[in-house]
Design a binder for this molecule. Sequence first.
Ligand code: IVH
Length: 755
Amino acid sequence: MASLGTSNVSVEALDEDQAAKELARLGEEIARHDALYYQQDAPEVTDAAYDALRQRLMAIEARFPNLILADSPSTRVGASPATGFSKVKHAVAMLSLGNAFSQEDIVDFVKRVRRFLGLSLQEPVAFTAEPKIDGLSISLRYENGRLVEAATRGDGTTGENVTANVMTIGEIVHNLDTSQIEAPEIFEVRGEIYMARDDFAKLNAAQEAHGEKVFANPRNAAAGSLRQLDASITASRPLRFFAYSWGEVSALPGKTQAEVVSAFGRWGLPVNPLMRVCSTVEEMLASYEEIEAQRSTLPYDIDGVVYKVNRLDYQERLGFVARSPRWAIAHKFPAEQATTQLLDIDIQVGRTGALTPVAKLAPVTVGGVVVSNATLHNEDEIARKDVRIGDTVVVQRAGDVIPQVVEVVLEKRPKDAQPFEFPKVCPVCGSHAVREIDEKNGDQDVVRRCTGGLVCPAQALGRLKHFVSRGAFDIEGLGEKQLEMFYADGRVKRPADIFTLAKRDKTSDKPLAKQEGFGERSVEKLFAAIDECRRVELPRFIYALGIRHVGEQTARDLSLAFLNFETLRDAVFEAAANRPGPDYLRFLRVQGVGEKSARKIIAALSHSSEKLLALAAAGAPPEAALVGSKIASSRVAKPLLREFGSLESLIDSAGRAATQVPGEAYGRVSEIDGIGQVVTDALIDFFTEEHNQEALHDLLREIEVLPFESPKTLSSSVAGKTVVFTGTLSKTTRSEAKAQAERLGAKVSGSVSKK
Ligand code: IVH
């Protein structure tokens, strides 16, 4: 094997000149080895030696990001077995904003802020108001004034390293202008990358002329242009930027939001000229109207107004709730609407078996986007709106949400239009589709579900899609399209199959690389991406399982409570052994009866049944008998008898319910913060189901679920403890004290309990 010729000089010792030369040389050398390996099947060096070249190149690029060449192997597609962009863990999470849709929402928001901070009516609190740019958020890390890394938002915690691409955007300076304000050692500027409307129109015209993909809107065009593995493509696209926020910083150039944003401007970064500081709700709403009035004439798309508490010490105290700050909110513009014809109603089957009706529409432009599908929610909604095939309907879309059918234009209804008959069987697998009855309140679920379980291809595929989705395993190169293909050709039927793909592919008579849409390189990349996901964090794993009612937040709550997967599973099995039964639940259905009183009433009824029946035999009305023997208050006695029909039937049910009261093991799951009965039951249903057990067993042979490490539990003295605030607090409000304790990892309880 030939020698490699890597330089012996350590990366730290290189000066800029030497680094530039070496990057050029390494780039060429790696490209040559790529060609030998991929195109000529004639590698000259071992894999390890090749990796050493790449590592050196990356190390130099990390030190001199401004020298990264547009065609560097680190940014080129398929140049290496490494997958796409590398990941960047955000030092400070990139969060989203809560939404408001009305003036009342804003009044409430300001009230909440005041209440949290404990401000009197005389104390002013100012807010900034600025347009909400419809682009994609980005974090730009400047060290000593020099741009060293740029990352997308990703899932908020981890984004993609798009440094090379961002370096090509003219409006983003590589070096902050420090002539007026010094640059802190570390400063992560955050803001929005977007494409102006006329640039978008020109780009689409050019794309169309070249027979290439046209983008649906400026936002998609901006995202597609930034996420190019070949940075020279990004360079050719007219991307722009507004700075409006920040992440990790070693110092701040101001004490208010407005001051920091003004510093951004003096550092040479674009800031939005429509930002105002408002001292009252009236001024905030006036700002909203001022911005909305300009919406159609602005050169870029906006979808609302963002208000932020101006004082940074207030922002700090307000902190965050779930994934958005308490100190900011997005006031969205009203949804845009259009009318069109409803051509058909399609029934889609999701991963939980839910049958969702989708309106097939004559294509219509709504707020700049062509819409031909819209959701009709469920069968009750179709009936309520009396939507019929052939109708003319009003559709609306707001932000990123799925377009909706709002109402029917009755005057335009064709004479022969028939009410829509919702199917009672699954259109995919033919199993019965039923609406479940909620055991607790006896109501019928609005959703009709296919009872086919994993036998139903739509459900199986839906679960697989969820399994690889963003908050779950998030496997690069394995999206919905690929899964559909793999499912159809039998390659992947269950999650475990994803992880045995590579092994099976070796002996397959239809290797993936020979299939349409794939090649040696993309297959190699895909398998590498799958391997990278074999070690998975607990919250992602729990979320990936697609358990009903278990979203990302619930998956985090469960992780925090159980710390590893086995403990969770054992706890759920124990809970299953003493979950509440139907007779017990019937007691909970009675108005005024909670869990505590249900237990009391059931116990008392079984205890005094003879006495009660004797009283009744002696002629006492049932209600009086119940009250007289102190089994129920007069407020509850009547509803109890109404639910159960007669005293005899009530006593009978109590006898059965006595053995159905949920036990402690059930409570150990259901009483966790954020869990409750619905989730506990869903967990039990999931873990005790045979197919799921099998699928899990096979999956766990292929992957490793990492134990959860709560970032909070490490440092503070109240971490993991339960605290109660009693009496009057003099320095903060109750909600602020609670938030502060929770930030330090404590659980805050409302009252002192036995525990
Ligand atoms: S402030 C801590 N200001 O909206 C939150 N966000 O829905 C900091 N966005 O992810 C965000 N214009 O991508 C802020 N003027 C603006 C914005 C803005 C657009 C985006 C941003 C964010 C999303 C939240």
